[in-house]
Each structure stands twice: as structure tokens, then as C-alpha cells.
Design a protein. Structure first.
Length: 155
């Protein structure tokens, strides 16, 4: 029964911004959960917030634009993101760029960031989610190999 609660905690951790599955997989490893269970719940948990972010963050940003200081901050962030992305990525490269952004398991990358970028760039859910899902899967494999593989070799 303890494994269930640790697996549920792993799922919850993977849903958190910034931490995501980069923190969830080592957590599951620390409690000696099977790698495949940790990988599965971490990927699912990490993907769960992404469609909601893509669908609703624009509405939240629009609401915040009417709120004084927050409005100016949101407007500047949107403009900076759009200008930077338009310079770096052509529309045909957007999918690949989103995939790479999510797949590299480093701070500041991941499903939350990918979903925010997709929303700011006005990518449709049906175009953004496959790139984000594949990126999360790759990041999960990388983190699992690093976490469980290093222990198998040196542990």
C-alpha cells in the first residue's frame, strides 16, 4: 500500500511546474518503485496540465492585461516571446522547436514551458500536443536512464 501512495506522490510531483518529471522520476527511484511504473505515471502526470494551459492561458493573460502592473508585464512577455520565436523559428520548424524545448530535461524546459510557448504562439492544441507529448516521453526516457541506469551500473 505504501507503494501506491509513493506512486500517487510521483504523479503529483510530475504535474508541478518547474519540477515536472525531472523531479518525479528521482522521487520514485528514491522509494524503490519499478522504473516502468514511475515512467508511466510521470509521463501521464506531466502531460495532464498541458492542454489546459494551451486552452486557457490566453484567457488568463487577457484578464490580467486589465489589471495594471500585471497587464504591462503580460503584454511585454507576450511581445518578447512572439518576437523571439518569430526570429528563431519558421512556422514549419515550430513543431520541432517545441518538441526539443520539451524533450531536453533542463530547468526552464518541459511540458509547462512548451504549453506556454504554444499558447503564446497561437498554436492549435492538435498541433502542439503531439510535439509536447513526444517531448515529455523523450525527457522521461532520458531521466529514467539517468536515474535508474546510473544506479544499475554503479549501484
Amino acid at each position: 500500500m505504501a507503494n501506491f501512495w509513493h506512486l500517487l506522490a510521483t504523479f503529483g510531483i510530475s504535474m508541478l511546474p518547474v519540477v515536472e518529471l525531472r523531479g518525479a522520476i528521482p522521487y520514485g527511484f528514491a522509494f524503490e518503485l519499478p522504473w516502468w511504473q514511475v515512467m508511466a505515471v510521470s509521463v501521464i502526470g506531466n502531460l495532464l496540465p498541458a492542454p489546459f494551459i494551451i486552452l486557457f492561458i490566453r484567457k488568463i493573460f487577457d484578464w490580467l492585461k486589465d489589471k495594471g502592473r500585471f497587464g504591462n508585464l503580460v503584454y511585454r512577455l507576450e511581445q518578447k516571446a512572439k518576437n523571439g520565436a518569430n526570429k528563431v523559428l519558421s512556422h514549419s520548424m515550430m513543431w520541432f522547436g517545441l518538441f526539443v524545448l520539451v524533450a531536453v530535461p533542463l530547468p526552464g524546459t518541459g511540458a509547462w514551458t512548451g504549453a506556454l510557448v504554444a499558447a503564446i504562439m497561437d498554436l492549435r492544441l492538435k498541433h502542439a500536443m503531439p510535439a509536447i507529448a513526444l517531448g515529455v516521453l523523450v525527457a522521461g526516457v532520458v531521466m529514467s536512464v539517468i536515474t535508474y541506469g546510473v544506479n544499475a551500473i554503479f549501484g
